[in-house]
Design a protein around this ligand. Sequence first.
Ligand code: CP
Length: 307
Amino acid sequence: AKHLLGIRDLKRSDIELIFQTADQFKEVLQRPIKKVPTLRDTTIVNVFFENSTRTRISFELAEKRLGADVVNFSASGSSVSKGETLIDTVNNILSMKVDLVVMRHSATGAPHFLSKHINVPIVNAGDGINEHPTQALLDAFSIRERLGSVEGKKVAICGDIMHSRVALSNIYCLKKLGAEVTVAGPPTLIPKYIAEALGVNVTYDIREALNWCDVANILRIQLERQNMPLFSSLREYSLAYGVNRALLDSLQKEIVIMHPGPINRGVELSSDVADSGQSIILDQVENGVATRMAVLYLLARKEGAKE
Ligand code: CP
């Protein structure tokens, strides 16, 4: 089975094919009837071992817009609490004739592990601090939509780089598409190896990053993934690294603001920026449906799904 486990595994041509396919689905989503029968007779399960608002709803809508049958599984309220393993859980669901699995898990590598034990496609909806491939695809798709292309654009990824699967998938995706990437944030939240390993620029000065970039993707502090605080307080973080109207107005140009959500308003991003015309945050969410339709269509179609 073919999977989407991470952007690291994709070629530039794969990403471009996903975007071209998403363009067509975005056009479908503007019609009064937003549904196509492309994955009729395909059954998809969304297996979420970690909380989600956007990703889960976006996948479910994408699946329903493609005409698939959809079932949703949440670890909370399931027999996971009785000790059932990941493989047993998923194999039991698959025995009910499911054709594709979308999975979010707090453990890095969980979908990669599962892919070795099941024979249907898996789409990674976020694994620990590793990758969130469909988020990076919808982010790059949204940059392409706003600025015409990703090639040659300067993108700053700001905040908690260390614990962010969005940052890693975005770096892989943007570099493959020919963008320049700078990561910015406190030294404690930026891995020391990142510049050498991934070919990005590093700065600990948020103003420098914002003055340099065309687009800034602002990330949430992932307190749930930190065993001990890596900065003094959220208030101090906000004062030193928060993006607000006064900071943006002091720059020499107008930049595009992105955020994957959920926003901690007043910490990494102020409301007068998040809700302004400079922000494409809700465009990102809208584009998530078309982008995920493209991913599901390309994977399920290759597995012989009916058209
Ligand atoms: N961007 C994102 O993954 O949001 P959720 O955690 O709400 O799915």
